[in-house]
Design a protein around this ligand. Structure first.
Ligand code: ADP
Length: 484
């Protein structure tokens, strides 16, 4: 009966004599050995089934048990299946005694624990991987329990705190940081525990040497298997350099805006205030010219003429400067602006120039954009007027068009005029920069500088593509409404 019961166990069960020969075996063991039934094992030893080395180990162990009379209970042992794969067993071998107490063999059982061993190994591997990752990460990693006591810190965290892990574990922020910082950390941790939400912040941190650094922090709750919050874990990394660079950039940008505004204000005030005395100089020299022409000597007549000419040029320059400085200081708010209507007004303003030069100005359908309408008018007018003014031998032909991409409208004003050497493509947008003498083409060199300032105020760019003798195309962009 016992034999039958033992026979159905899934553990391997056997009895061996003092020479390690099988006297009894159950089905599970027979199967493991590759036998059809337990009887096939009887009288045989492990040497008949296992490689020599393994069988020798088993029989040596059994010898010791028999000689010492001491059992071996629940020992983890390496074994092998018939295909030669390594397995793990939990084996127990007990000396078998007869009625006189003499050891006559061994009773043994062994259980296949290969699966458990593999799971353990996998767990160990994944732990090792987790630790090596956490330890080698270039970020600080820590864990605290609900009472705020540290339960873990990685290598970098210990370095940052300047303490070995033993001196950190069990401590709270109040033991490690100045009070105000500790209070903040504790408050944030509590909020993470309560809201169960990930907390993100850039915070100030004090190093052991007193240096204050900025760190980017992420904190998240730690849960147990029942889904309860049992602590918080966090990572942080040093962003001091980044933060300083950002602050420097912000400061420089603010400084630039301030000095630009100051410069604009200065140009505006200077040109505005200069207008008045200049008007006086101009009108009195004109009066002088009118009253005293041919009444003084011829040198005096020339001098008066120079003064009159100089004063009127100065007036034009100052007016230009005023126009230029007004773009930033006196601009109107942006509004939906129909460029077709704007172009109508430009054509009306340039009617004379178009008529006199015999220019043909064409255009594609133009869109409605978000802009300052009068500045857009000035922009298109300056570009079209130049396209007509700098014409070649042929009658001027000008074409205006606009196309939209994902973020902006790209406008172009194309002509068949004298063209521009690409070397000067940037210079012409600078105030008072011209490529021609006043005798050749009239102008002061303000037109394109005004265009550039208007485009920049609208958040766009302006440039020219041209070759001498091949005409020019001026491009500018205006961000489309969705982007503003
Ligand atoms: P201005 O027309 O008063 O000279 P702008 O700032 O409008 O001043 O233009 C600067 C210079 O750029 C011009 O003197 C000219 O040399 C060149 N330029 C501008 N538009 C054109 C054009 N369409 N074709 C050729 N050259 C041009």
């Amino acid at each position: 009966m016992l034999r039958a019961a033992v026979g159905s166990f899934s553990d391997h069960i056997f009895v061996k004599d003092t020479k390690s020969r099988f006297v009894l075996a159950n089905i599970a063991l027979a199967r493991h050995m590759g036998a059809e039934n337990p009887e096939e094992l009887l009288g045989k030893t492990d040497f008949d089934f296992y490689p020599k080395k393994l069988a020798a180990k088993f029989s040596a162990d059994e010898r010791t048990i028999i000689e010492s009379g001491r059992p071996r209970i629940n020992r983890e042992e390496a074994g092998m299946d018939q295909a030669g794969n390594w397995m793990w067993f939990l084996s127990t071998k007990v000396p078998l005694r007869d009625s006189k107490g003499k050891t006559v063999g061994i009773v043994g059982s062994s259980r296949d624990i290969t699966w458990n061993k593999r799971a353990e190994e996998a767990l160990r591997d994944s732990r090792a991987l987790y630790y090596s990752l956490v330890e080698s990460l270039p970020v600080n990693v820590f864990r605290k329990d609900l009472a705020g006591k540290f339960s873990f810190g990685n290598r970098l965290f210990c370095e940052t705190l300047g303490k070995p892990l033993e001196e950190i574990i069990g401590k709270t922020d109040f033991d490690l940081f100045p009070k105000e910082l500790a209070e903040k950390y504790r408050g944030d941790d509590k909020a993470v525990g309560e809201t169960r939400e990930v907390f993100e912040d850039i915070e100030e941190h004090q190093k052991p040497d007193g240096e204050r650094i900025f760190v980017e922090v992420l904190k998240a709750p730690v849960y147990n298997s029942r889904g309860e919050v049992v602590g918080i874990q966090g990572i942080f990394w040093d962003v001091t350099e980044k933060k300083r660079a950002e602050e420097e950039l912000k400061r420089t940008a603010a400084e630039l805006t301030r000095s630009n505004a100051e410069l604009e204000q200065f140009a505006y005030i200077a040109s505005h205030d200069l207008q008045e005395p200049l008007r006086m100089v101009a009108s009195y020299t004109q009066l002088l010219a009118k009253r005293y022409k041919n009444k003084l000597d011829s040198d005096a007549d020339d001098f008066i003429e120079y003064v009159v000419d100089g004063a009127s040029r100065m007036r034009v320059l100052i007016d230009d400067l005023l126009t230029y400085s007004r773009i930033g200081t006196h601009g109107r708010p942006f509004e939906p602006t129909d460029c077709e209507e704007v172009l109508e007004r430009v054509f009306a303003n340039l009617q004379m120039a178009i008529h006199e030069s015999g220019a043909i100005v064409t255009h594609n359908h133009l869109p409605t954009v978000t802009a300052d309408p009068s500045q857009l008018e000035q922009l298109l007018q300056n570009l079209i007027r130049n396209a007509i003014k700098f014409h070649s031998e042929e009658p001027p032909r000008v074409h205006v068009s606009a196309e939209e991409n994902a973020t902006e409208w790209l406008f172009s004003v194309r002509d068949n005029g004298i063209g521009i050497d690409p070397e000067y493509a940037n210079r012409i947008f600078v105030i008072f920069q011209r490529l021609h003498g006043r005798g050749e083409y009239p102008g002061t060199g303000i037109g394109l500088a005004v265009c550039k300032k208007i485009v920049q105020r609208h958040g766009g760019r302006i440039w020219v593509e041209s070759q001498p003798g091949k005409g020019s195309t001026f491009y500018f962009t205006i961000p489309n409404a969705g982007d503003q």
